[in-house]
Design a protein. Structure first.
Length: 353
């Protein structure tokens, strides 16, 4: 069992999470409970949660359609409406049982309903266990832009049972692994070296715990994204633009898949800015080719990428600010990059496959 102290709440990882969830619920004497899930976590995770936490047997279930499209204003309205119809009050609890889509949307709805009610995260994907459920960012996509509306609100607790991963499709497992490699790249070379050779499925619990501890260290120092937390955006400025560009197309990518491409392109920016040697660039490229098998993207439309990047919340005054690694295990932020450098980095990506 791992216990990580975060900003006013605990992250628990292990087999005893159901006991901890039950004692939190007993202690807080919530007036009502609402479990948000999608059809997959309804099927694969909810029975386990309810049978182990008797207090949740009477909970109202709000089931969403799985997938990024649910992180929308429309589904937020559905959640708020259900809370209102079932008389949720300031002392109600929202339980987010699912991946990053459920915790982002559920956290957003809870943090805005009646100016904020308690919520807890029970992440069920690798990405949400190691990343999305921790750190207090909630949000939805709006007007074609990822995470453009949201809040910083900390959950009352995060409870991680790696056994939930048993039913997770392998594409989604790889998706989560991308964020774990990212955290290693930006702040822990030893962890990066371990990950390169680890049997990640066997070591999942330890890897999640290490990933959460590293992310937690960063977000605890900078809860509102004003400084060091920006290093977590490594790979995301370009990655988000690619993810948004392909949203709804036949080449649609999962978040982590887009971030892998973003990390490779942004590693080349580090190389162009002489922060990063050719050897290090080759190492990242080879490890990612081996672990993630990313593909060349044929329709990487530069104009769309620039347009999407301008709208990204990470750009200020229309200038592109990047978090870039300056060696494996270390990252700098607020670095200006020119359009030409971005074009060259994208070319590097497309000619590497
Ligand atoms: N708030 C943050 O700090 C943060 C950080 C990173 C990513 N995110 C967000 O997270 C989202 C992506 O999260 P995700 O990758 O978890 O996607 P997701 O929530 O869509 O889950 C992926 C798929 O796995 C299914 N699933 C979930 N748990 C399962 C289980 N145990 N067994 C079988 N199927 C299961 C879901 O139904 C879904 O189809 C993106 O919207 C991204 O923006 C947020």
């Amino acid at each position: 069992m791992y216990l990580i102290k975060s900003n006013g709440y605990d992250v628990e990882i292990g087999i005893k999470i159901f006991k901890s969830i039950s004692s939190l619920i007993t202690k807080k004497k919530y007036s009502s409970h609402f479990i948000i899930c999608d059809e997959n976590t309804f099927q694969f995770c909810l029975p386990n949660l309810i049978s182990n936490c008797p207090k949740l047997r009477e909970a109202h279930i709000i089931e969403l359609e799985s997938g990024e499209a649910s992180k929308s204003l429309e589904f937020s309205a559905h959640v708020w409406q259900t809370l209102i119809e079932n008389k949720a009050d300031k002392n109600s609890l929202v339980v987010n049982l699912g991946g990053g889509v459920v915790s982002d949307l559920g956290g957003f709805c809870a943090s805005t309903y009646k100016r904020g009610i308690d919520f807890i995260n029970i992440p069920t994907t690798l990405l949400s266990m190691a990343d999305a459920s921790v750190g207090g960012k909630t949000g939805i996509d709006f007007s074609g832009l990822k995470n453009s509306i949201g809040t910083f609100t900390q959950p009352k607790g995060v409870f991680i049972d790696p056994d939930f991963l048993e039913t997770l499709p392998s594409r989604h497992f790889q998706n989560g692994l991308a964020e774990i490699f990212k955290i290693a790249l930006i702040c822990d070379k030893k962890f990066w070296n371990e990950l390169k050779t680890a049997d990640v499925k066997v070591a999942a619990k330890d890897i999640i715990a290490k990933g959460v501890a590293l992310k937690n260290k960063i977000v605890s120092k900078d809860p509102f994204d004003n400084g060091i937390r920006k290093t977590l955006n490594f790979g995301h400025t370009i990655g988000h633009a690619i993810e948004s560009m392909l949203l709804g197309s036949s080449n649609e990518l999962l978040h982590g898949e887009a971030i892998v491409i973003g990390m490779l392109i942004e590693s080349h920016l580090s190389y162009q800015k002489k922060l990063f040697s050719k050897n290090e660039l080759d190492e990242v490229l080879n490890v990612f080719k081996n672990v993630f098998q990313p593909n060349k993207i044929n329709d990487l439309n530069l104009d769309s990428i620039f347009e999407l990047m301008k709208n990204d919340k990470k750009s200020t005054n229309n200038k592109f600010q990047f978090a870039l690694i300056d060696k494996i295990g270390s990252c700098k932020f607020d670095l200006a990059v020119s359009d030409l450098q971005i074009k060259k980095a994208i070319e590097f990506y497309n000619t590497s496959f």
